[in-house]
Ligand binder design. Structure first.
Ligand code: UD1
Length: 422
C-alpha cells in the first residue's frame, strides 16, 4: 500500500508522452485467446492491470512473452476455461475473457466481479447478449458459467451502450455461426481498435465505433500483430493537470479527435489548446474558470475524467456543476477532496463545486485509478505536502506516473510499504 507525498505549488511544464490505452490493451490481450498460434500486441502500457491480464492468460494455458511494451501471446493450447476469483478481484475488467473463452472453447467460468468503489457494476447485459446467441448462462458458487457448443449470430439491442458488454459480444460473435448485429453498441475508440485487431485475425466486422456493429461469423481466426492505440484517458489526465496547475504541457502521442469534448471544456476553463507536430499543447494562465460538465458514453465526456475535472475545478473561480450519468456511486472520493478544504456538495448524480482560493494538504486515499490521479492533482494545487495512500490503484492504470510528474517539474516522493516476512 504505497503512499505518494505530493508537494503543492508546482506548475507542470514540459512534454509528456502517453502510453498505450489500458482499456484497449486489456481487450486485445483477451482477444488473442481466440486464435490458435502466436499473436503480438504492441504498445501495451506497463501497468499492473495488464500484468494481471497476462497472468490470467497464462492461467488459461497461453504462453506469454513480454519484451518491453510488446507481448507475444501464444494461444495454441487453451487448457483451462476458469477465470479465478483472485484475478477477477484484482481487476474487474477480467470479465472480457468471457466472450473469447466461450467462443473458442464452448465453455467459460468467470468469477463474478462483485461491487467496487464506483458502484454495483452488474454484468446482466453481457449475459443477456450471450443468451441471445444461444449460450446457456448460469451462476454457481460465485462464478458465471456459460456454455454453447457453437454460438449463433443474433440481433442484439443493448439497453445501455456498455463498453465491456459490447466488447464481449463482439468477440463472441466473431466465431459464431451467422450474422450478429449489436445495436446501441458503445462507440468508444477502444472498440474500433479491438475490431481492427479482430479483422486482421480474419474476422468480418462492419460499423465498430458506431452504435450499430454487424459481424459475420467465421469458422476460425489466425493470429495477428497489432499496436494498441494511445490512451485518451491518460492524455486527458495530463491536460487537466496542466490546467489545474496553471501549467504549459505538451501531451505527445495523443489523438486529439478522441478528446474533442474534453478539450473544449478545458478551453471553457480558460486553457489555450493548440495542436503541433509534438502533440497537443495545453497552457493555462491565471485562475481556472468554473464550468459545468456532464459525463456520458463516448463521444460524451468520459466518466473517468469526472474525478480529475472535479479536482481541477476545486480551485476554480466560481461555482461549477458536475453531473455523473455513467456510474451510480462515482462521488465516493469527494470526501477525500473535502479533507483538503474543497467546497463540494453532492446530491444524487450532481455535484456543486464552489471553487476555493487554495486547497490545503492532508492525508488522503486513492479510492480507484482515476480518483487517485485526482488526489495527486489536488495535491499539486494544495498548500503543503499531501500524502496519497493506496497508490496501488493509480499503478493499475498509469505507466510511470510519478516519473512523468517529476519530468514535468512536480515534486513527488513515493514511500513503499515494507512487507515484514514472518
Ligand atoms: C469501461 C471501462 C471503464 C470506464 C467505463 C465507462 C474498461 C476495462 N473499463 O468499464 O474504465 O469507466 O467503461 O466508460 O474498458 N452496466 C449494466 N449492466 C451491464 C454492464 C454495465 O447495468 O451488464 C452499467 C454499469 O453499471 C454502469 C454503466 O452500465 O452504470 C456503464 O458501464 P460499462 O460501460 O459496462 O463500463 P465497463 O465496461 O465496466
Amino acid at each position: 500500500m504505497d503512499r505518494l507525498f505530493v508537494t503543492g505549488g508546482a506548475r507542470l511544464d514540459g512534454i509528456v508522452r502517453v502510453a498505450g490505452a489500458k482499456n484497449s490493451a486489456l481487450k486485445l490481450m483477451a482477444a488473442s485467446l481466440m486464435a490458435p498460434g502466436r499473436s503480438t500486441v504492441r504498445n501495451v502500457p506497463r501497468i499492473s492491470d495488464c500484468a494481471v491480464m497476462a497472468e490470467m492468460l497464462e492461467h488459461f494455458g497461453v504462453e506469454v512473452i513480454q519484451e518491453g511494451d510488446t507481448f507475444a501471446l501464444d494461444a495454441s493450447d487453451v487448457v483451462d476455461v476458469e477465470a479465478p476469483h483472485e484475478l477477477v478481484r484484482a481487476m474487474r475488467a477480467s470479465i472480457v475473457v468471457l466472450g473469447p473463452l466461450l467462443a473458442r472453447c464452448g465453455r467459460a467460468r468467470v468469477s463474478l466481479p462483485g461491487g467496487d468503489e464506483i458502484g454495483a457494476r452488474p454484468v446482466d447485459l453481457h449475459v443477456r447478449g450471450l443468451e441471445r446467441m444461444g449460450a446457456t448462462v448460469g451462476a454457481e458458487h460465485g462464478f458465471l458459467v456459460a456454455e454453447a457448443a457453437r454460438l449463433r449470430g443474433a440481433p442484439i439491442t443493448l439497453d445501455y451502450p456498455s463498453v465491456t458488454a459490447t466488447e464481449n459480444l463482439l468477440m463472441a460473435a466473431v466465431l459464431a455461426k451467422g450474422t450478429t448485429v449489436i445495436d446501441n453498441a458503445a462507440r468508444e475508440p477502444e472498440i474500433a481498435d479491438l475490431a481492427m485487431f479482430l479483422t486482421s485475425m480474419g474476422a468480418r466486422i462492419a460499423g465498430a465505433g458506431s452504435s450499430t456493429i454487424e459481424i459475420d461469423g467465421v469458422d476460425a481466426l489466425e493470429p495477428a500483430d497489432h499496436t494498441t492505440l494511445p490512451d485518451r484517458i491518460e492524455a486527458g489526465t495530463w491536460a487537466a493537470a496542466a490546467v489545474a496547475t496553471r501549467g504549459d504541457v505538451t501531451v505527445s502521442n495523443a489523438v486529439p479527435e478522441h478528446l474533442e469534448l474534453l478539450l473544449s471544456k478545458l478551453s471553457d476553463a480558460g486553457a489555450a489548446v493548440s495542436f503541433g507536430d509534438d502533440g497537443l499543447r495545453i497552457r493555462q494562465e491565471g485562475r481556472v474558470r468554473a464550468m459545468d460538465f456532464v459525463t456520458l458514453p463516448y463521444p460524451g465526456i468520459a466518466t473517468d475524467f469526472q474525478p480529475i475535472l472535479m479536482a481541477m475545478l476545486a480551485t476554480a473561480d466560481g461555482t461549477s456543476i458536475a453531473t455523473e450519468n455513467v456510474f451510480e456511486a462515482r462521488f465516493l472520493y469527494v470526501g477525500e477532496l473535502l479533507r483538503m478544504g474543497a467546497d463540494i456538495r453532492t446530491e444524487g448524480h450532481h455535484a456543486v463545486i464552489r471553487g476555493v482560493e487554495r486547497l490545503s494538504a492532508a492525508p488522503v486515499r486513492a479510492l480507484d485509478i482515476r480518483a487517485g490521479a485526482a488526489m495527486v492533482i489536488a495535491g499539486l494545487c494544495a498548500e503543503g505536502v499531501t500524502e496519497v495512500a493506496d497508490m496501488q490503484h493509480v499503478d493499475r492504470g498509469y505507466e510511470d506516473f510519478e516519473a512523468k510528474l517529476e519530468r514535468l517539474g512536480a515534486e513527488v516522493r513515493r514511500e513503499r510499504e515494507l512487507v515484514t516476512l514472518p
